[in-house]
Design a protein around this ligand. Structure first.
Ligand code: 6R9
Length: 649
């Protein structure tokens, strides 16, 4: 699909083999694991043996495309695997979460504590009439009550639907109604950037249009300043609800395929999709991938900086890490609060050994400059991860040198809300990495890169990323809309799961993710990926971040416009604009030279930090803007639009 050659992305020629000191200690350091993955059913069944079952499965996989059932007939409860199992060992008193609030307050919850709090809330929810099969919406900031609430639902067989705390009352209402939740769990507020997020207030705004909701549970987080208006008969303080209940709660016996949770992803068009994940396959997939990819050991302190409102938090803050008995750091607030060194301060303070964040954050840290990092001792780190977008080779190298001090392997992990678990990633004790490539599929996973007709393309070329075989933690459907599930994921290439991402495999078989296929540009008959042009821009020493879009052009079909954020100390000048255009031409070819470059202090991003090229495209085409409800900061787009209408910066 993309003609501009793969060498462009490979301009960074360095390769990074696992350091011997890392390899010799790694959970996985024998490449034969990939051989074992060639019989996926056998392989996944072996993994499933590592968990606690009330009853074992009698069939590993029932595959009736696009309908998958894994570990058919198995009975289990995911919270037994995340909690009770550890209480029988020394991990009873091991920290499950080391939490820090934005104002600086702290809480440590051991596995024993977490088990107790989960059981208490589970009993509280039962007292509100929540039963197996019900749905519960959770609308909280990053406080320990968030994972507690999720696990309490799972304990009693109710499915949770976590809605990110940054969503508006309208978005919340839409998600509550789609899931038909009986209960909403929220807080009187949350801290972010020194300000209060009015969670309870938003719930009050949303609820008049939500007939399914019978009760609201409210955590007291802000106390004095929060609205705290409790509606008699509907609202209950969390602490009152659990005050006199037992701290024991028998786990509900769940079928392997019982619904564990719904998580909404907002596509670029249409209403949000309620991605449905079930119990056993999700547990097996998230726990095993977490253990392998992050090389989790009992003595590690692991920090995934995502918000639990996104799938990364579900799989790699809550379920995967807890199933592995990991100690995780959890942070409530903004990375720049009170100062731009908050993350590095926390890594030093808690001796974090594994750090997992997103390219958008890495590029922000690059922009802020290294003085914030140099103030702190980061020598506890031994492994770094990236997720959410393609990581530009330049950002990869920066991360490696400035955070990893040249000695930590980096795992660039590709996956989606729909895939439930990481599917393409290095194994840090085995894989030689190439900056900017997510490298190889995990054992037991069968992706492919195909052309428009669904035919596999040879190594060295690009196309659509698909999956040829089901995997345990895949989505099972779109909640309440099975037809849409089939249509969105399984209709473009019958029998193949379509990811929506463009991808190339190089001559060595490494996977290079190229962004959403909707973002790929067609310039003078050549496919050029936005990721490639953006990486060429970020490669320039003055550039922190870039977004590239194609706009209609009479002659070329599409022409390239670039939106560029400079490093904080750099001034935007006409000379720099010309220099950047030439830089791209030199890196990729004249074809990819942007027609226009706009300098901007911020790029429009989704609330989870992904660049929203669609909106930039609308601006570039002079069209009215489409749906902006998933935008993190709507003012960004307004100022860009104004700049564009004035004809440049
Ligand atoms: C986990 C998550 C999924 C989309 C996915 C792709 C992009 C995620 C990536 C990556 C390149 C990576 N994506 N990780 N692209 N390299 N390592 O982000 O889930 O929010 O559903 O987004 O994110 O485009 O299709 P989700």
């Amino acid at each position: 699909m993309t003609d501009s050659t793969i060498e462009n992305l490979l301009h960074e020629e360095r390769r990074f083999a696992p350091p011997n000191s890392f390899k010799s200690q790694a959970n996985l350091n024998d490449p034969r694991i990939y051989e074992r993955g060639k019989d996926p059913e056998k392989f996944w069944a072996e993994q499933a043996e590592n968990f606690e079952w009330f009853e074992k499965w009698n069939q590993v996989l029932d595959w009736n495309p696009p309908w998958a059932k894994w570990f058919v007939g198995g009975k289990l409860n995911i919270t037994v695997n995340c909690l009770d199992r550890h209480l029988k060992t020394w991990r009873r008193n091991k920290a499950a979460f080391i939490w820090e609030g934005e104002p600086g307050d702290q809480r440590v919850l051991t596995y024993g504590d977490l088990h107790r709090e989960v059981c208490r809330l589970a009993n509280g929810l039962k007292n509100l009439g929540v039963q197996k099969g019900d749905r519960v919406t959770i609308y909280l900031g990053m406080i320990p009550e968030l994972p507690i609430a999720m696990l309490a639902c799972a304990r009693i067989g109710a499915a949770h639907s976590v809605v990110f705390g940054g969503f508006s009352p309208d978005s919340l209402r839409e998600r509550i109604n789609d899931s038909q939740s009986k209960v909403v769990i929220t807080a009187d507020g949350g801290w972010r950037g020194g300000k209060i997020i009015p969670l309870k207030h938003n719930v009050d705004e949303a609820l008049p249009g939500c007939p399914s909701v019978k009760s609201v549970v409210v955590v007291r987080r802000i106390g004095h300043a929060g609205p705290g208006k409790i509606k008699e008969g509907r609202d209950f303080w969390w602490h009152d609800l659990i005050d006199e209940v037992s701290s024991k709660c028998e786990p509900e016996v769940m079928d392997s395929e019982d619904l564990l949770y719904i998580l909404y992803t907002s596509g670029t068009t249409g209403k949000p999709k309620g991605i449905a994940h079930t119990t056993a396959g999700y547990l097996v997939g998230t726990a095993m991938s977490h253990k392998w990819i992050f090389d989790i050991k009992d003595e590690d302190v692991y920090w995934c900086t995502a918000d639990i409102g996104w799938v990364t938090g579900h799989s790699y803050i809550v379920y995967g890490p807890l199933a592995n008995g990991t100690t995780g750091v959890m942070y409530e607030g903004a990375p720049a609060y009170p100062e731009k060194d908050r993350f590095w301060e926390m890594i030093e303070k808690y001796s974090v050994s594994i750090f997992y964040t997103a390219p958008t954050a890495i590029r922000t840290f690059m922009r802020w400059g290294s003085e914030h990092i140099e103030k702190h001792d980061l020598s506890s780190l031994r492994l770094l991860g990236s997720v959410g977008e393609p990581i530009n080779p330049e950002a990869w190298i920066w991360y490696h040198e400035n955070i990893g001090k040249g000695s930590c392997p980096i795992v660039d992990t590709w996956w989606q809300t729909e895939t439930g678990m990481i599917l393409i990633s290095p194994l840090p004790g085995i894989t030689t990495t190439k900056p900017g490539s997510a490298t190889f599929p995990l054992p037991g996973i069968e992706p492919d890169v195909v052309d428009e007709s669904g035919k596999s393309v040879p190594l060295g070329s690009g196309g659509y990323l698909v999956l040829r075989a089901p995997w345990p933690s895949m989505l099972r459907t779109i909640y309440g809309d099975p037809e849409r599930y089939r249509e969105v994921y399984w209709s473009k290439f019958p029998g193949l799961y379509f990811t929506g991402d463009g991808c190339k495999r190089d001559e060595d078989g490494y996977y290079w993710l190229l962004g959403r296929v909707d973002d790929i540009m067609l310039v003078a008959g050549h496919n050029i990926s936005t990721t490639e042009v953006e990486s060429a821009l970020v490669d320039h020493h003055d550039v922190a971040e870039a977004a590239v879009v194609g706009k209609t052009h009479d002659v070329k079909g599409q022409a390239i416009d670039a939106f560029v954020t400079l490093k904080l100390s750099i001034k935007a000048t006409e000379a720099l604009r010309q220099e950047l255009r030439e830089h791209v031409a030199k890196k990729i070819g004249a074809l990819a030279r942007p027609d226009e470059i706009y300098f901007t202090a911020e790029l429009p991003k989704t609330r989870s930090g992904k660049i929203m090229r669609r909106l930039l495209r609308d601006i570039a085409e002079g069209q009215t803007l489409g749906d902006v409800s998933t935008l993190a900061d709507p003012s960004v787009i307004e100022s860009l639009k104004a700049q564009y209408e004035e004809g440049g910066a």
